[in-house]
Design a protein around this ligand. Structure first.
Ligand SMILES: [Zn+2]
Length: 248
């Protein structure tokens, strides 16, 4: 049988297309999965500058911190947000150290602590920050003021490591973008009134998540939904910071 030139050309293309298709099918089994965002921290684990997130739930035990008119106590809100944040970070493969996981101050019950509980507690939190290698420190608090009109999250940062203000800026701007578009607060460098930020040497921030003295904002923190939203915003900010902070 004698095939015309154009028919040969058509057959040639059909056979070529089948061959390319077969090769692509075989190779597809050996293709590496494309990394998604959630695994990028683990993929880049060796080059990450910071390996651990220390979450510091402010106050505890005898020291309740601020409280709302309706009776919401700061130490409890701090711990709940801290636990939610810890859960999300660990689920993402990030190493987390919690300064406290229950309702107590950190002081040695066998020591001479009378009149020194708060001082010993802060010293213990600072020791955790100082002795954890390659860590960043996030302290979780709630604000309060005599005039109830003030509201809005605000982040303070340590003066001792320039990365502190970078992390603070990410949290402040992510909060504005996702939770509080009306919030015009700026990050602030800590003064000596914030013992932990003054003394930590690793990147450290203190997040005043909202004002318990403002009835409307305090009511938000009564709900699990809003605490979850704040924790998610902190999670996004921290992972963004960790991904950007590499040794190379
Ligand atoms: Zn506080």
């Amino acid at each position: 049988m004698k095939l015309g030139f154009s028919l040969k050309l058509v057959l040639f293309f059909i056979v070529s297309a089948l061959a390319v298709g077969a090769a692509a099918y075989l190779l597809s089994d050996f293709r590496l999965p494309f990394p998604d965002r959630s695994s990028s921290l683990e993929t880049n684990a060796d080059t990450l500058k910071y390996k651990t997130v220390i979450i510091d739930a402010g106050h505890g035990g005898e020291d309740g911190g601020a409280s709302s008119a309706a009776g919401l106590v700061e130490k409890d809100v701090n711990l709940e947000i801290s636990k939610l944040l810890c859960e999300m970070l660990r689920a993402d493969g990030i190493n987390v150290v919690m300064t406290r996981e229950d309702d107590r101050l950190l002081y040695d019950r066998n020591s001479d602590y009378q009149g020194r509980k708060k001082k010993l507690d802060l010293a213990a939190r600072l020791t955790i920050a100082d002795t954890t290698p390659d860590a960043i420190f996030i302290s979780i608090h709630m604000n309060s003021f005599t005039n109830p009109k003030y509201s809005g999250l605000q982040v303070w940062y340590s003066p001792n490591d320039p990365d502190s203000s970078t992390l603070a800026g990410l949290i402040q701007s992510n909060n504005k973008a996702t939770l509080q578009p009306e919030n015009t607060r700026k990050t602030k460098v800590a003064t000596s009134s914030i013992f932990l930020l003054e003394n930590t040497t690793c990147p450290a921030v203190l997040v005043e998540c909202g004002f318990l003295s403002n009835p409307a904002e305090a009511a938000l923190f009564e709900t699990d939904e809003y605490k979850q939203k704040v924790a998610s915003m902190l999670f996004d900010s921290i992972t963004e910071f960790l991904e950007k902070s590499t040794d190379v």
